[in-house]
Design a protein around this ligand. Sequence first.
Ligand code: H79
Length: 425
Amino acid sequence: MNKLSWFLQSKYGAIVHWGLYAIPAGFWQGEYAPHGGEWIMKNWRSGIPYADYAALADQFNPENFDADAFVRFLKEDCGFRYLVFTTKHHDGFAMYDSACNDYNIMHTPYGKDVTRALSDACEKYGLTFCLYYSQLQDWADPNGFGNTWDFGPDQDKDFRKYLEEKCKPQLKELLTEYGKIGLIWFDTPYEMDKAQCQELVDFVHQFQPDCLINGRVGYNLGDYRQMGDRGIPLCTYPKPWEVPMTLNDTWGYRSDDDRWKTPEHVIRLLAEVAGKGGNLLLNIGPDAQGALPAESENILRTVGDWMKKNGESIYNTDPMPDFPYRLDTDFGCFTYSRDRKKLYMHIFRYPTVPPHQICVVGLETKVGKAYLLETGEEVMCWQTYETARDEHRLRVRLPYAKAPNALDTVVVIELEEDELRTQTL
Ligand code: H79
């Protein structure tokens, strides 16, 4: 089996941003920090001195954090297929028991290895466990990049020393002591040269040959393309890709960020991203106690409920060829089953006006019957050829005046040919 198979079939992953930054939660000494969250150390005024930020470790004590319940929620209730955990973000603080560097979670009042607890729970519930690791930026290390206020300009730093003394030894710990790792999520390679990036790829594979590496290892040398943060391509992108997406406007927890996306927004993103051939990697930012903001939990649960009934139209789908144009409605989008037998029509904007019809232009493949995914109820559909413009049209007429599922009503359209042919005009 291709080592990318699990990734391509997953479609929905969670990235968890959790670290010391959850304590200040966007405010330092009572003062609002623009772009706080996980960036607060760098973005508060001209930078929080390392000694002051590191003192947060003395307060870190999420006593009631229950990794088992957390992972069970992500897997059973939300429908995620993999979990990416921030083992070390740019602030340099390791959220695991690192023998080679003391700036880690064991030296807090909490004193327990959450990375181990999460990886154990993932194994138990069947979620693929993955690591986020900031490979260049490290604001706690004199030779890591980014902290110019304590350690001077980046160009004067000895990055080789950082690679050999922190980055690689920590990666080795993570790759040898936490079981099988699905993928490593690097971020911001910036000034690294191509040889250094390749060196990290080879280093990872030395310990776990099947571990995938995201494109942000640098120069797109990874196993799949990482779109920019929150970046969705306009058209289908046929090679493997993933987009990291926030649920509000920040990654790490910030107490005042209430710009939550609605559940339907997330479901629509999931369908759109799956239709374009990618995975949606949705962010979760627990607070300093390890609890999810109530809004986050509610949204994830609603999306999860929808996935329980409609997951077939998301998981294990293939990229959908683009249609040449859309006719009278921006009804939604399509996903395409991997066995090539079905199209899933995701209806976001339901035609409430009679005849409750949606018309799709440019599908040449002969279709068979159509039905509502949630109930199996048959839906009338037929194909026509318009001589005036040499256009193939598919008309779908819905049985109700009101959307059966207001979040996204999925209609399954069975295909009678193996090849999906779309018209180019
Ligand atoms: O982990 C999340 C971000 O912290 C990380 N990638 C995601 C997954 C990331 N690292 N660097 N960047 C994103 C790009 C940084 C852009 C910046 Fe800014 C613009 C840094 C300061 C201004 C946006 C606003 C990010 C922080 C504040």
